[in-house]
Design a protein around this ligand. Structure first.
Ligand SMILES: NC(=O)c1ccc[n+]([C@@H]2O[C@H](COP(=O)([O-])OP(=O)(O)OC[C@H]3O[C@@H](n4cnc5c(N)ncnc54)[C@H](OP(=O)(O)O)[C@@H]3O)[C@@H](O)[C@H]2O)c1
Length: 210
């Protein structure tokens, strides 16, 4: 398939590109700094773009079969709308170019998975560190759910840089109220690529944990 990856310079995005190319997909990445992506592969290309600049998103969306987003940032203590504004622009870019399939990573702890990142996140990390980020992620999910796209929202537990596994759990009810469940970025990428043309989680949010 022809896949457009957003957030490809990030840790999960790199896994999506690496595993996607190994699976035989043709991958275009949108990156603010294309120089950061040095995949030497005939099926890979990178286009300079920023999800906050709608004009930079038009061309790379043309002719894609699916858009995969691993968009994120670390400006946790500032009230930003990067995720929701960026996602609105992504959805518009998809609509303008007739691309239907959208798989987007958010997080456990959002909306009906509230409190499911475990007690430590519920009582400390989310209210103290990630409050603005999670509010924006919640808006991001709302925009995706309201769209007419064939979307799947991926809600991982705490991400690790561990190895790819295939025995992880995926469920709309995944997560745990007490313990913080984890999953590797490589496993998240594996799940996304495995579900590209599956309708198991079409227009659903699915939790992923070990
Ligand atoms: N860390 C956890 O435990 C955890 C748990 C659950 C869910 N998640 C979520 O999982 C997702 C992936 O996490 P990660 O750690 O792989 O992310 P990451 O390494 O922080 O990567 C984020 C990506 O988003 C890109 N980006 C940011 N602003 C952009 C913009 N305006 N236009 C285009 N690209 C932009 C970054 O590009 P630049 O290189 O240009 O900055 C980077 O490629 C995130 O949404 C994160 O919140 C994380």
């Amino acid at each position: 398939m022809k896949l457009l990856v957003i957030g490809g310079t990030g840790k999960t995005g790199r896994e999506l590109i690496k595993q996607g190319l190994a699976d035989g997909h043709v991958i275009t990445a949108i990156a603010r700094s294309p120089i950061k992506l040095k995949f030497d592969h005939p099926n890979f290309s990178v286009v300079k773009g920023d999800v906050l600049i709608p004009d930079s998103l038009e061309k790379p969306f043309q002719g894609q079969d699916a858009v995969l987003s691993a968009l994120g940032h670390k400006r946790f203590f500032i009230k930003t709308t990067i995720l929701s504004r960026g996602t609105k622009n992504i959805i518009n870019g998809m609509n303008n170019n007739g691309v239907k399939r959208f798989i987007c990573i958010t997080s456990l702890g959002i909306k009906d998975s509230k409190f499911k990142l475990g007690l430590y996140y519920t009582l400390f990390t989310i209210p103290v560190i990630l409050l603005f980020y999670f509010l924006d992620k919640s808006k991001q999910e709302e925009l995706i759910m309201k769209s007419n796209l064939d979307w799947t929202i991926i809600r991982p537990g705490q991400l690790t840089n561990g190895k790819k596994r295939s025995d992880y759990k995926h469920d709309v009810k995944a997560g745990n109220y007490i313990l913080t469940k984890m999953i590797s970025r490589a496993s998240v990428a594996h799940f996304i690529l495995k579900n590209l043309d599956s309708n198991l989680y079409s227009r659903k949010a699915v939790g992923l944990t070990n």
